[in-house]
Design a protein around this ligand. Structure first.
Ligand SMILES: [Zn+2]
Length: 330
C-alpha cells in the first residue's frame, strides 16, 4: 500500500500506451516521437498545493510537482465552450498530448457535450468553482463551500464520469480558510508556474505564444495556465506546441489517484441549490449562444441529480481502481 502515501506515481509504458492509443490510434506511445512524456498520478490527500503562484495560502503547503527539466503540464480554465474548446481538443490530439481542464460548474452544465468530449479524449477534469467568483476569499464560509462543492458536482454531473479532486481558484485567489476546507476534503489545489497571458487585455495569438515560451524558458518546466474559452488561445496553441516540441519540451499528463467524492451534506442544503439554479440562469444568459437553450431542464437536472449523483456512483467507478489495477506493485 506504499503507493497510497507516495506523492506521485509514474505509471509504466503499458498504461501510457493504452490510454494514448484509446484516444487516437495515431498516438501509440513512442518516446522517440511522442510529445507526451509521462503520466503522473497526483495525490490529493490533505489538499496539497501544486504550482508556485500562491496568494493568501501558507506556502508550506506547496508541494513540488516532480517534473523533470523541460517537462510541462498543460492546463485549461473557464470552459467548456464548444467553439474554442473543440479546436483545442483537436490540436492536443494532433500533438498526442493530454491536458488538465478546470471547467466552471455553470459552463459545464451548458456545455456538457463538449465536456464529455474532453473526458472521452482522455484528458483530466477537475473543477474551477460553480460560478467563478473572483471574490471567493471574501465570501461567507458557507458560500465558499457551496461554490466549491457545487462546481465539482455540476462538472461531474455534466462530464458523466468520475472527475479528479483537482481544484483551481478563480483568478488564483486562494485564502487560508478555503485552502483549509479543501484540505479537509482531500481536494488538491492547482496553482500555476507559468501564465500564458491569454486572459490579459489585448492578448493576441502571437503575444500568447511569446509569453508562454519565454516564461517557460526562464523556469525550464512547470504547470502552464491557458483558457480554453479564448479564441486567441485556440488559434495560438498549435504553434506553441510545435515550438515547444522543437525545443525539446515534453508534456506530462497528470491524473488523479482518487476521484472527487461529493459531500452530500453540503449539496443537500436547499438554499445552496436554489442559489445555484439562479446562477445557472444568469450564466446561461451570458454565455449560451441562444437563450432558449438554457431551459428549465438544465436547472431541474441540477436540482434532482446532484444529490443522487453521488457517493455510490463515484465509489463504484473510482479512478484509483482503474489506474492502479493496471499497474500492480506501484
Ligand atoms: Zn478562471
Amino acid at each position: 500500500m506504499r503507493y497510497l502515501r507516495t506523492l506521485f506515481t509514474i505509471l509504466f509504458t503499458a498504461v501510457l500506451s493504452r490510454q494514448a492509443a484509446a484516444a487516437s490510434p495515431d498516438c501509440a506511445y513512442d518516446p522517440a516521437r511522442t510529445h507526451l512524456s509521462r503520466i503522473v498520478a497526483a495525490d490529493s490527500t490533505n489538499g496539497p498545493i501544486y504550482g508556485q503562484m500562491v496568494q493568501g495560502a501558507d506556502k508550506s503547503q506547496v508541494r513540488t510537482l516532480a517534473l523533470l527539466d523541460h517537462e510541462i503540464v498543460l492546463t485549461f480554465d473557464d470552459g467548456p465552450l464548444a467553439a474554442t474548446t473543440s479546436v483545442i481538443l483537436d490540436t492536443l490530439d494532433r500533438h498526442c498530448v493530454k491536458a488538465t481542464f478546470f471547467p466552471i460548474g455553470g459552463m459545464a452544465l451548458l456545455g456538457s457535450k463538449t465536456l464529455r468530449e474532453i473526458g472521452e479524449r482522455g484528458h483530466t477534469i477537475g473543477s474551477h468553482t460553480w460560478s467563478h467568483p473572483l471574490s471567493l476569499r471574501s465570501m461567507p464560509f458557507e458560500r465558499i463551500k457551496a461554490e466549491i462543492e457545487g462546481g465539482f458536482a455540476a462538472v461531474g454531473q455534466a462530464a458523466g464520469v468520475p472527475i479528479a479532486p483537482f481544484f483551481r481558484f478563480p483568478g488564483l485567489g486562494d485564502s487560508p480558510e478555503a485552502v483549509a476546507y479543501l484540505a479537509s476534503r482531500n481536494i488538491s489545489i492547482w496553482s500555476v508556474d507559468v501564465v500564458a497571458g491569454d486572459a490579459e487585455r489585448g492578448a493576441t495569438p502571437a503575444s500568447i505564444a511569446r509569453n508562454t515560451i519565454s516564461r517557460l524558458e526562464r523556469l525550464g518546466k512547470g504547470i502552464v495556465l491557458f483558457h480554453d474559452i479564448k479564441h486567441t488561445t485556440a488559434e495560438a496553441l498549435d504553434g506553441i506546441l510545435t515550438s515547444l516540441e522543437n525545443s525539446g519540451y515534453k508534456v506530462v499528463h497528470i491524473v488523479s489517484n482518487t476521484a472527487y467524492q461529493p459531500d452530500s451534506r453540503v449539496l443537500a442544503n436547499p438554499e445552496i441549490l436554489r442559489s445555484m439554479a439562479a446562477d445557472a440562469a444568469r450564466t446561461g444568459k451570458r454565455t449560451a449562444p441562444k437563450p432558449e437553450e438554457l431551459n428549465e431542464g438544465v436547472v431541474t437536472v441540477a436540482h434532482s441529480e446532484w444529490i443522487e449523483l453521488d457517493p455510490e456512483v463515484v465509489a463504484r467507478q473510482r479512478l484509483a481502481g482503474a489506474i492502479f489495477a493496471a499497474e500492480p506493485g506501484m
